[in-house]
Design a protein. Sequence first.
Length: 277
Amino acid sequence: MAVYAIGDIQGCYDPLQRLLNLLHFDSTVDRLWLVGDLVNRGPHSVEVLRLLRGLRERAVTVLGNHDLALLAVVSGQIKPKRKDTFHSILDAPDRDELLNWLRWRPLLHHDPMLGFTMVHAGLPPQWDLALAQRCAAEVEAALRGPKYQDFLARMLGSEPRRWKSELRGYNRLRFTVNALTRMRFCAANGALSLTEKGPPGSQDKGLWPWFAVPDRRNAPLKIVFGHWASLGYYRAPGIYALDSGCVWGGRLTAIQLDDPKAQSWSVPSLNLPPLPA
């Protein structure tokens, strides 16, 4: 049995199939971790959802910002953007089953046996694992509850930018969503910067990649995440960034979590011979 984590797919079904073939993935014994952003901007979002939903307990995925945007569009809370490619899902005969499955995905997954934690974007430097799990569970409860459309309407926005334990209600939920699904950079005090999208070194003065903030409370964890295509495939102690920009013409990357060296593989977005990551 092997456990593989795969970066942002974003509707790139063909590269996903080629990567699974390269891994010799066996759905009867192997498992997949997906870092979120299963859908959008790529051409085959509905096929990606069908494949992963069909794997049942063999696939664990966390929600990304594009996945949440899809749920908000379907519920009528926002209009799709010009570059969004949700149409194949919205027109699908099985859309309700696929969307309900997506709505029940977590925002954070932690496996104490493997020793890895997975989120889409990152963890705020003020949070340890217990607080991250608690805050993620609060958002998951809102998404799965009878008033989930109210939550989707109120999750949008960039405030508050800084975590405070006294945050309550939708402000608390919105901070959690932004931290776990949108964050790349933040200040040393943990204040989120949600407009910076470039690689490390391109940010304004006073900002850090979230994983480089001094005295980060979650530094002991091994964190698998995506979301940051301009960072690309990146590894540092305890940090495994897997978004290698497949939907933008880059590559789709996987690592093997049960391998002590976390061996990596990748395939190009086009149908070219695969190379090591």
